[in-house]
Design a protein around this ligand. Structure first.
Ligand code: PGA
Length: 251
């Protein structure tokens, strides 16, 4: 069986002190089994957060990583640098990176490959815009995003990553995909993986992101192909994030 995973994407928020406090709160209350809990702070806060979660079940993740290991790439952070500070996961291809910072499918795929090459696990984000959903392009868009990853990292990539389905129209908007809508897409993603790698299709965790809150998490996680969540706004309050982690642990 797949162990659910719930990751908090803290985005560009917090101070050293608030990051430490939030991490300590999560570390103290995180369920000891049944779910893998990950927090992804701003890179600068990683050392503080690493110290706060040390000895707990909480794992650390980065919010992005460069496709290159080192060199003249101003402002970037590499996967091996994140690994050195204890990160095990890296969010790649978040829609904010794609839409606000112009990361293309190929860029995201190259970043995903670099994460895997450094021995970490990408949480590879895919998702359609409202316009794409309304013109029934959802599956085509997701396939295009996943095809790029397969092209960069090989047919066996889904044995080495987590897929995060994040409909762009649901991120930070308070509009969640209904459990049925999300399940239908997750099932289609798993079928896509099955076409390449039968073993990975049953083991790969496909998590949902987009306005997951304590009051809708259990219903989403009850769906057979939803293996946890990538949480934005609700990850900034330990109490809310822990409620979501508990909902996943009870799956
Ligand atoms: P949200 O963000 O939970 O605030 O919608 C999710 C995400 O961006 O990963």
């Amino acid at each position: 069986m797949r162990t659910p995973i719930v990751a908090g994407n803290w985005k560009l928020n917090g101070s050293r002190q608030s990051a430490r406090d939030l991490a300590a709160g999560v570390a103290t209350g995180a369920p000891k089994s049944g779910v893998e809990v990950v927090v992804c702070p701003v890179s600068l806060h990683i050392p503080e957060v690493a110290a706060a979660v040390e000895g707990s079940v909480v794992a650390l993740g980065g919010q992005n990583a460069c496709e290159n290991e080192s060199g003249a790439f101003t402002a970037e952070v590499s996967s091996s640098m994140l690994a050195e500070f204890g990160c095990r996961y890296v969010i790649i291809g978040h829609s904010e990176r794609r839409s606000l910072y112009g990361e293309s499918d190929a860029d995201c795929a190259a970043r995903g490959k670099a994460v895997i090459d450094a021995g970490l696990t990408p949480m590879f984000c895919i998702g359609e815009t409202l316009e794409q959903r309304e013109s029934e392009e959802t599956i085509a868009v997701l396939h295009r995003q996943l095809n790029a990853l397969v092209e960069a990292a090989g047919d066996d990539v889904f044995g080495k990553c987590v897929i995060a389905y994040e409909p762009v129209w649901a991120i930070g908007t308070g509009k969640t995909a209904s459990p049925g809508q999300a399940q239908a897409v997750h099932e289609a993603i798993r079928q896509y993986v099955a076409g390449l790698d039968g073993t990975a299709a049953s083991s790969v965790r496909i998590i949902y992101g987009g306005s997951v809150k304590p009051d809708n998490a259990a219903e989403l996680f009850a769906q057979p192909d939803i293996d946890g969540g990538l949480i934005g706004g609700a990850a900034l309050k330990a109490e809310d994030f822990l409620a979501i982690c508990n909902a996943a642990a009870e799956k």
